[in-house]
Design a protein around this ligand. Structure first.
Ligand code: ZN
Length: 264
């Protein structure tokens, strides 16, 4: 599941996904299938994304930590330093393109430059509702509906403060999404969901499923070609899924993901 990246952080992440993710497989060696997991494809995707997240965060943290020491080096020497300390897998530390992307990603994270005020103002006026929950954004309304500028790819993970990476979100969603970058970051293992019309589904669960919708749309799997996260977010907003499940049966995460995929 790949999309059109607009920031260094996304490019570095997708580079790892292509380099390592394609080799990750959860095929059972004894010949059994994983069909009983509701959606074997989603489970495979989860394993790939999860391996990519772990590797990406590890590389990122090392690069940001060493930024003052090695940030001035050319990509080849930069990779050697990271590889020497066992922070980055050998295959990636000798990959010139990846080292350049990681270096730029670390700079974005290290400098943590917010959007210039004029850009932030434009983003807040670009849409009138939160792209995740759909609440009407109002400066004078309750605290949770105050407009904020969200980085679709988090600033701390190399998402620059550029228009293509910024979108209006309510204060609540912006805070609660935190650094979540894909649905595989979410509450996969801990979900045993039974719908109760009186209680809203847990916000972390809704955010995780919203990320799944966003990535699916941006991958072009549903229609058209690949697009950026922002294009997909503007097209689908609000992203929170409708979890109006009538039968009251318990569901685990991959069942919910399947329903979100089908509902579009
Ligand atoms: Zn919201």
């Amino acid at each position: 599941m790949l999309w059109r990246p607009t920031t260094y952080g996304e490019r570095a992440f997708l580079h790892i996904y292509e380099a390592l993710g394609r080799h990750v497989s959860v095929d059972a060696s004894f010949g059994a299938t994983l069909d009983f997991l509701v959606n074997e494809r989603s489970f495979q995707e989860f394993a790939k994304l999860h391996a990519t997240i772990e590797t990406f965060i590890r590389c990122m943290r090392a690069a940001v930590y060493l930024q003052p020491e090695i940030g001035h080096l050319a990509p080849t020497d930069y990779g050697k330093q990271l590889g020497k300390r066992d922070y980055v897998p050998r295959r990636l530390s000798s990959d010139r393109r990846f080292c350049e992307l990681l270096k730029q990603t670390a700079i974005v994270s290290f400098e943590a430059k917010d959007a210039p005020p004029a850009v932030a103002r434009d983003i807040k006026h670009e849409t009138s509702r939160c792209y995740l929950c759909g609440i009407k954004l109002a400066k004078t309304g309750p605290q949770h509906s105050k407009p904020t500028v969200e980085h679709l790819w988090p600033l701390s993970l190399g998402g620059e403060s550029i228009e293509e990476n910024l979108i209006a979100a309510c204060h609540d969603c912006n805070t609660k999404r935190a650094n979540s970058i894909t649905w595989a970051w979410g509450p996969v293992q801990s979900t045993d969901y039974r719908h109760d019309p009186k209680i809203n589904p847990d916000v972390q669960l809704r955010i995780s499923l919203a990320m799944a919708k966003l990535m699916l749309e941006a991958s072009g799997e549903r229609r058209g070609g690949r697009c950026s996260l922002k294009e997909a977010a503007l097209r689908l907003a609000p992203l929170f899924p409708n979890l109006d499940i009538k039968d009251g049966r318990h569901r685990v995460y991959f069942e919910l993901l399947d329903e979100v995929r089908k509902a579009g």
